[in-house]
Design a protein around this ligand. Structure first.
Ligand code: ZN
Ligand code: ZN
Length: 291
């Protein structure tokens, strides 16, 4: 099982940290978790492409997680995708996609008629609105949807991939979530969001009230080490940094207060292979001790 961080940022615009998205590869299967800004470019950077994705899993319908979903659908078609796009997401996903495709229908109709590409099957959407529990069975692989705490967002999920040997958990967006800790127990890797409160305090134009509201539905940098410790994960991979620029040493100190295991401060296109326990990024490779 191999995780590639495609976008480690948040709604804040950054040339280094694109919008939230992750790729999970299992054998020849490829699962895309969220479609933040720049996801299609990052997929190519990870030697993948929209046309190769077996399923898209949306954690929730906040704009930063779905803003490039249409771009993914269209670029997959242009890449010659030969099957419908399978999309899993919370309740509301079907209505969102219906509206999204309707909005673009005139442009699409004209393009289809004019360009006469061999197939439009890539524009067909196979949509599943997710309930808690197992949502995908594929050979030994099971994908479990875990309701997380992102209120006032009504439906938000983390996703756990397991094949009986390896296990990877994605938090999605959540405040400290005991249910996620339970679901991620003993995972080889936990990919978790991270809200760095001290850095936000320094940003101009953010009142204490707006900061408190945003902090309330995310996991603070001083909490995420507790999550990793209680879940007893083999590796903590941080992503979805709010804000996108921060003091890495101070962040590590926050984590180390609670969690002694391997910690990755995620970067776009960083890759973790659970089988070899290697981390690859920008041409470098690090091997972690076997767990
Ligand atoms: Zn969110
Ligand atoms: Zn988010």
């Amino acid at each position: 099982m191999r995780v590639t961080l495609l976008g480690t940022g948040c709604p804040q615009v950054s040339t280094d940290r694109y919008g939230p998205a992750n790729l999970l590869r299992w054998g020849d299967r490829q699962f895309l978790i969220d479609c933040g800004s720049g996801v299609t470019q990052r997929l190519l950077g990870a030697s993948s492409a929209g046309k190769l994705i077996d399923a898209v899993l949306l954690t929730h319908l906040h704009s930063d997680h779905i803003i490039d979903l249409f771009q993914l659908i269209i670029s997959s078609w242009h890449q010659g995708r030969d099957r419908p796009q399978r999309i899993y997401g919370p309740v509301g996903t079907r209505q969102y996609l219906k509206g999204l495709m309707a909005l673009w229908q005139p442009e699409l109709a004209q393009r289809i008629a004019h360009e006469k590409r061999p197939s439009t099957i890539a524009l067909d959407l196979d949509i599943t609105e997710v309930e808690p529990g197992a949502i995908i069975h594929d050979g030994d692989l099971t994908v479990i949807a875990v309701p997380v705490r992102h209120q006032p967002v009504k439906a938000a999920f983390g996703y756990v991939f397991t094949d009986g040997r390896r296990k990877v958990a994605f938090s999605g967006d959540t405040a400290f979530c005991p249910e996620l800790i339970q679901a991620a127990k003993d995972a080889d890797a936990l990919v978790h969001e991270c809200f760095i409160h001290r850095e936000m305090l320094a940003l101009p134009g953010r009142s204490p009230e707006t900061l408190a509201n945003v902090a309330s539905y995310h996991t603070l940098s001083t909490e995420v080490g507790k999550v990793a410790n209680q879940a007893h994960v083999g590796c903590l991979i941080l992503n979805h940094f709010v804000p996108v620029i921060f003091d890495r040493t101070a962040l590590l100190a926050d984590i180390r207060a609670d969690y002694a295991g391997p910690v990755l401060i995620g970067e776009d296109l960083m890759d973790f292979d659970t089988a070899t326990r290697t981390i690859s990024h920008a041409g470098g490779v690090i091997a972690l001790p076997q767990s």
